[in-house]
Design a protein around this ligand. Structure first.
Ligand SMILES: [Zn+2]
Length: 165
Protein backbone atom coordinates (compact mmCIF):
# COMPACT_ATOMS: atom_id res chain seq x y z
CA UNK A 1 0.00 0.00 0.00
CA UNK A 2 1.34 3.41 -0.92
CA UNK A 3 1.26 5.99 1.77
CA UNK A 4 -0.74 9.14 1.11
CA UNK A 5 1.38 12.17 1.82
CA UNK A 6 -0.13 14.41 4.45
CA UNK A 7 0.14 17.43 2.14
CA UNK A 8 -2.30 15.94 -0.35
CA UNK A 9 -4.84 15.36 2.40
CA UNK A 10 -4.87 19.07 3.15
CA UNK A 11 -5.90 19.86 -0.39
CA UNK A 12 -8.10 17.09 -1.65
CA UNK A 13 -8.97 18.92 -4.84
CA UNK A 14 -6.80 20.69 -7.34
CA UNK A 15 -7.66 24.36 -6.93
CA UNK A 16 -7.30 24.98 -10.67
CA UNK A 17 -9.93 22.34 -11.42
CA UNK A 18 -12.24 23.94 -8.88
CA UNK A 19 -11.67 27.37 -10.43
CA UNK A 20 -12.46 25.94 -13.88
CA UNK A 21 -15.75 24.50 -12.64
CA UNK A 22 -16.61 27.84 -11.04
CA UNK A 23 -15.75 29.82 -14.18
CA UNK A 24 -17.68 27.40 -16.36
CA UNK A 25 -20.79 27.72 -14.19
CA UNK A 26 -21.23 31.48 -14.24
CA UNK A 27 -24.37 31.32 -16.38
CA UNK A 28 -25.79 28.12 -14.92
CA UNK A 29 -28.64 27.94 -12.45
CA UNK A 30 -26.59 26.64 -9.54
CA UNK A 31 -27.43 28.89 -6.58
CA UNK A 32 -30.60 28.39 -4.60
CA UNK A 33 -31.63 31.88 -3.51
CA UNK A 34 -34.30 31.54 -0.78
CA UNK A 35 -36.27 34.44 -2.31
CA UNK A 36 -35.64 34.12 -6.04
CA UNK A 37 -35.21 30.37 -6.45
CA UNK A 38 -32.47 29.01 -8.70
CA UNK A 39 -30.20 31.75 -10.06
CA UNK A 40 -26.83 31.89 -11.82
CA UNK A 41 -23.65 33.35 -10.25
CA UNK A 42 -23.93 36.24 -12.75
CA UNK A 43 -27.47 36.93 -11.59
CA UNK A 44 -26.28 36.75 -7.99
CA UNK A 45 -23.74 39.50 -8.73
CA UNK A 46 -26.27 41.61 -10.64
CA UNK A 47 -28.78 41.60 -7.79
CA UNK A 48 -26.13 42.90 -5.38
CA UNK A 49 -24.56 45.46 -7.67
CA UNK A 50 -24.21 49.05 -6.46
CA UNK A 51 -24.63 48.05 -2.84
CA UNK A 52 -21.88 48.76 -0.33
CA UNK A 53 -19.13 46.21 0.05
CA UNK A 54 -19.58 44.62 3.51
CA UNK A 55 -15.85 45.02 4.24
CA UNK A 56 -14.76 48.42 2.90
CA UNK A 57 -18.17 50.07 2.56
CA UNK A 58 -17.45 51.29 -0.98
CA UNK A 59 -20.16 50.98 -3.60
CA UNK A 60 -19.65 47.80 -5.65
CA UNK A 61 -19.93 48.38 -9.38
CA UNK A 62 -21.15 45.93 -12.00
CA UNK A 63 -21.22 45.80 -15.79
CA UNK A 64 -18.21 44.90 -17.93
CA UNK A 65 -19.13 47.44 -20.63
CA UNK A 66 -18.94 50.32 -18.18
CA UNK A 67 -16.38 49.27 -15.57
CA UNK A 68 -13.61 47.55 -17.50
CA UNK A 69 -11.09 48.67 -20.08
CA UNK A 70 -8.52 46.85 -22.23
CA UNK A 71 -6.19 49.86 -22.16
CA UNK A 72 -3.61 50.31 -19.41
CA UNK A 73 -3.53 54.02 -20.16
CA UNK A 74 -7.27 54.26 -19.56
CA UNK A 75 -6.95 52.08 -16.44
CA UNK A 76 -4.46 54.58 -15.01
CA UNK A 77 -6.60 57.57 -15.97
CA UNK A 78 -9.72 55.92 -14.46
CA UNK A 79 -7.76 54.95 -11.34
CA UNK A 80 -8.51 51.25 -11.86
CA UNK A 81 -5.82 50.38 -9.33
CA UNK A 82 -5.33 50.38 -5.60
CA UNK A 83 -2.53 50.06 -3.09
CA UNK A 84 -2.27 46.87 -1.11
CA UNK A 85 -1.31 46.66 2.56
CA UNK A 86 2.39 46.85 1.76
CA UNK A 87 1.80 49.94 -0.41
CA UNK A 88 2.21 48.12 -3.72
CA UNK A 89 0.20 49.48 -6.64
CA UNK A 90 -2.13 46.76 -7.91
CA UNK A 91 -4.32 46.65 -10.97
CA UNK A 92 -7.58 44.74 -10.91
CA UNK A 93 -6.93 42.69 -13.99
CA UNK A 94 -8.02 39.45 -15.64
CA UNK A 95 -6.23 38.60 -18.86
CA UNK A 96 -6.07 41.84 -20.82
CA UNK A 97 -9.05 43.50 -19.11
CA UNK A 98 -8.65 46.05 -16.32
CA UNK A 99 -11.49 46.20 -13.79
CA UNK A 100 -12.74 48.89 -11.45
CA UNK A 101 -11.15 48.13 -8.01
CA UNK A 102 -14.60 47.87 -6.44
CA UNK A 103 -16.00 45.62 -9.13
CA UNK A 104 -18.43 43.16 -7.59
CA UNK A 105 -17.16 39.63 -6.97
CA UNK A 106 -18.56 36.58 -5.26
CA UNK A 107 -16.57 35.50 -2.27
CA UNK A 108 -16.76 32.01 -0.79
CA UNK A 109 -16.76 32.33 2.98
CA UNK A 110 -15.33 28.84 3.15
CA UNK A 111 -12.72 28.55 0.43
CA UNK A 112 -14.10 26.68 -2.59
CA UNK A 113 -10.88 24.76 -3.13
CA UNK A 114 -11.01 23.46 0.41
CA UNK A 115 -14.72 22.76 0.41
CA UNK A 116 -15.93 22.42 -3.20
CA UNK A 117 -19.28 20.94 -2.17
CA UNK A 118 -20.15 24.37 -0.79
CA UNK A 119 -19.18 26.18 -3.98
CA UNK A 120 -22.79 27.08 -4.89
CA UNK A 121 -24.19 26.98 -1.39
CA UNK A 122 -26.14 30.22 -0.89
CA UNK A 123 -25.09 30.53 2.76
CA UNK A 124 -21.43 30.23 1.80
CA UNK A 125 -21.56 33.15 -0.66
CA UNK A 126 -21.22 36.86 -0.18
CA UNK A 127 -20.79 39.75 -2.59
CA UNK A 128 -17.63 41.73 -1.86
CA UNK A 129 -15.56 44.12 -3.96
CA UNK A 130 -12.57 43.03 -6.01
CA UNK A 131 -10.01 44.68 -3.79
CA UNK A 132 -11.35 43.14 -0.59
CA UNK A 133 -11.59 39.75 -2.29
CA UNK A 134 -7.93 40.01 -3.31
CA UNK A 135 -6.89 41.09 0.15
CA UNK A 136 -8.89 38.32 1.73
CA UNK A 137 -7.41 35.58 -0.43
CA UNK A 138 -7.19 32.45 1.66
CA UNK A 139 -6.79 34.37 4.89
CA UNK A 140 -9.58 33.12 7.12
CA UNK A 141 -8.85 35.78 9.73
CA UNK A 142 -9.57 38.57 7.23
CA UNK A 143 -13.22 38.86 8.15
CA UNK A 144 -12.68 39.15 11.88
CA UNK A 145 -9.79 41.60 11.47
CA UNK A 146 -11.80 43.69 9.08
CA UNK A 147 -14.79 43.75 11.41
CA UNK A 148 -12.45 44.89 14.17
CA UNK A 149 -11.06 47.70 12.00
CA UNK A 150 -14.56 48.72 11.00
CA UNK A 151 -15.77 48.88 14.61
CA UNK A 152 -12.71 50.92 15.55
CA UNK A 153 -13.33 53.36 12.73
CA UNK A 154 -16.97 53.74 13.81
CA UNK A 155 -15.82 54.43 17.35
CA UNK A 156 -13.33 57.04 16.10
CA UNK A 157 -16.02 58.65 13.95
CA UNK A 158 -18.42 58.82 16.89
CA UNK A 159 -15.73 60.35 19.08
CA UNK A 160 -14.94 62.95 16.43
CA UNK A 161 -18.60 63.76 16.00
CA UNK A 162 -19.34 64.08 19.71
CA UNK A 163 -16.29 65.58 21.40
CA UNK A 164 -16.33 65.19 25.16
CA UNK A 165 -18.87 67.51 26.69
ZN1 LIG B 1 -14.50 46.16 -0.47
Amino acid sequence: MTEIPKRSLETLYDSREIQDIWNYSQNMYTINDPEKGMITPNQYRATRAFKPCPFCGKKMVHGQDTYTTPSQEAAIRLKYYYFDKSGMKKFARIGNLYYHPHYITIDHKINKARCPEKMFDYDNLQAICWRCNQEKGDDNSFEINHTQEYINSLADEALAKYPSL
